[in-house]
Design a protein around this ligand. Structure first.
Ligand code: ZN
Ligand code: ZN
Length: 224
């Protein structure tokens, strides 16, 4: 039924080349592949040692899953090879995620925050632990959930995460710091424009802000 993203086996022939080093994979050699990543949905095979250099593919693996859920053919391997794979796969896929985030930042528009109306009711607020209903405004820290995903919050909940905001500098406008800002309705934009300067790092907005109704000290200038 559902295909696992990775396959492993002892090569039945010496026909497949390693997609990493382009060398031959000898018959009987332990090989590991990404299912569906070669032409026509075939498995892209690698030498066991070469596969761990495939950061892009590894970063896409959900390493919170058990290895046997991810790897097709695992149980047919020798015990020692199974153990090797069970140890290496989570290790390298986690490392790949880290590397991807630090090394290839330029590939993504890396705004520190994101906001949108939840497209489904699948996400859970990282603060209160409750479901974020479909259509509800949610705000998140990009890259702060597992595997570089966005950690989402109910809009009222995220402001409780003062600590997480400290690392965020509002360099430009709020719009330039929040992914999806342009698609929000006016009232949501107003909330973000008011709240973010209060909580983000780089400004000494510490005093008196805990008294419930905190006036936006930043936006004073323009007002009469
Ligand atoms: Zn190789
Ligand atoms: Zn919440």
């Amino acid at each position: 039924m559902s295909t696992k993203p990775i396959a492993t086996e002892y090569a039945k022939s010496a026909k497949a080349g390693c997609k990493g080093c382009k060398g031959n994979i000898a018959k009987g050699a332990l090989r590991v592949g990404f299912v569906g990543k070669a032409n026509f949905g075939a498995t892209a095979w690698y030498h066991y040692d070469c596969v761990w250099k495939e950061n892009d593919s590894l970063a896409a693996i959900d390493s919170s899953k058990r290895v046997e859920e991810l790897v097709d053919g695992l149980s047919a391997l020798d015990k020692s090879d199974q153990e090797k794979l069970e140890k290496d796969l989570p290790k390298y896929s986690k490392a790949a995620v880290v590397e991807k985030k630090t090394g290839k930042e330029s590939a993504k528009p890396s705004k520190p925050l994101a906001a949108e109306y939840a497209k489904s009711a699948k996400s859970t607020c990282k603060y209160c632990g409750k479901t974020i209903d479909k259509g509800v405004l949610r705000v998140g820290f990009t890259g702060k959930a597992n595997f570089g995903a966005t950690a989402w919050y109910h809009e009222p909940c995220i402001w409780k995460r003062i600590e997480d905001f400290k690392g965020i500098k509002l360099t430009d406008s709020v719009a330039d710091s929040v992914e999806g800002f342009g698609e929000l309705r006016e009232e949501a934009r107003e909330i973000l424009k008011k709240k973010l300067p209060e909580v983000c790092g780089g400004k000494a907005s510490k005093r008196k802000s805990d008294s419930g109704d905190s006036q936006a000290t930043v936006a004073k200038k323009g007002k009469a």
